[in-house]
Design a protein around this ligand. Structure first.
Ligand code: HPA
Ligand code: ZN
Length: 346
């Protein structure tokens, strides 16, 4: 493995920012900043239930995942047109590029929006056009992962997939999001089987608040290639052994875990222990507009709280490419760029 030079701790934030990285766990609707939310509400002739941006930000206090999902859902009500989806996605990609994200696999859902009377076509076309343009204007590659909402039924997930089928060439995979507790992965085994048969890759949120059993089910029933969050795996040694043996990546989101009280403080987060155990862990922002920061904020705050350094930075960035759904040739290119950054950094 490539040898990492020691660097002084005051240079670490610069290295974390400069290193090329992939982001594999962020919900595009969770990147909708209050300023853009108010602007879209105005453009669409809607009234926001908050007086201003500060009042809205002040409401972002959560005790658990469900608290957050309720506010997050309300925020999605301002999205009405294809251009709204385009503008939201372009704003995220611009911000991600500033953090040296060179590749991103964006989560979105259609069920929220079709529930508000929009079509699947409007959602996917707006997101996809922004991804295509970002490659040309920002040099960021971006692909889309359609998440089923697990608090809804299996039949509704099948309907969602059917509506997305005409746009399969604009998707790389499917995922599973929303309220975890009480909605185990096995409920969606058949719809995931269908999605995989259509050529889509599979990931699922599991072990964010839910038990290790949900991670087992995501692996064995949904046959996912990555686990989103997965931090509860540490409570199950057999599961840890399985994740290490099969090199199943975890897309960890430290500031999300802090804001949703999965860990009481960042100093108690298990990211460092997951890496030490040999897990292919990555760092991601989840819902950056709600959880206090984009990917670099996640890196810098977590590295400071846990006393991590350049070796872990390299590992996490390398894992982000290895865990991504790009070709091996593109992985090798990005890892070469990563190596050059570390070799020339001083
Ligand atoms: N967990 C589950 N569902 C979500 C999340 C999350 O962190 N963010 C947006 N939808
Ligand atoms: Zn998530």
């Amino acid at each position: 493995m490539f040898k990492i030079k020691p660097i002084p701790s005051d240079r670490l934030p610069t290295l974390l920012r400069l290193m090329p990285k992939a982001e594999l766990h962020m919900h595009i609707e969770g990147s909708l900043e209050p300023e853009l939310m108010f602007a879209l509400a105005k453009r669409n002739g809607l009234t926001m239930p908050y007086a201003d941006v500060e009042a809205l930000r002040g409401a972002y206090v959560f005790d658990n995942l469900q608290d957050f999902l309720d506010i997050y859902h309300q925020g999605t009500l301002v999205l009405r047109t294809e251009q709204d989806f385009y503008d939201m996605t372009t704003a995220y990609l611009t911000r991600a590029a500033a953090d040296n994200v060179v590749h991103t696999e964006i989560f979105f859902d259609t069920q929220t929006h079709t529930g508000h009377g929009l079509s699947t076509e409007v959602v996917i076309n707006g997101l996809h056009r922004a991804c295509v343009d970002a490659q040309a204007t920002l040099g960021v590659s971006a692909v889309l992962i359609l998440c089923f909402l697990r608090h809804l039924s299996e039949a509704e997930a099948f309907e969602c997939l059917e509506q997305a089928e005409p746009f399969l060439d604009k998707l790389v995979g499917v995922g599973l999001a929303s309220s975890e507790q009480g909605n185990p992965p096995e409920k969606f085994a058949r719809v995931f089987a269908k999605a995989r048969a259509l050529g889509l890759r599979a990931v699922a949120h599991a072990g964010e608040e839910g038990p290790p059993a949900y991670i087992w089910s995501a692996l064995d029933d949904l046959k996912v290639e990555r686990i989103d969050h997965g931090v509860q795996a540490m409570n199950d040694p057999l599961l840890m052994a399985r994740l290490v043996k099969d090199k199943i990546p975890l897309t960890v989101c430290p500031l999300s875990n802090l804001k949703l009280r999965v860990f009481p403080t960042l100093a108690e987060h298990n990211l460092g222990r997951l890496l030490d155990a040999g897990i292919v862990a990555t760092v991601n922002s989840d819902d950056p507009a709600y959880f206090g920061g984009y990917i670099n904020q996640n890196f810098t705050e977590t590295f400071e709280a846990l006393g991590l350094g350049a070796p872990q930075a390299y590992q996490l960035a390398r894992h982000s490419f290895e865990a991504s759904f790009i070709t091996d040739a593109r992985k090798a290119q990005f890892i070469d760029r990563l190596n050059t950054t570390f070799e020339s950094f001083n």
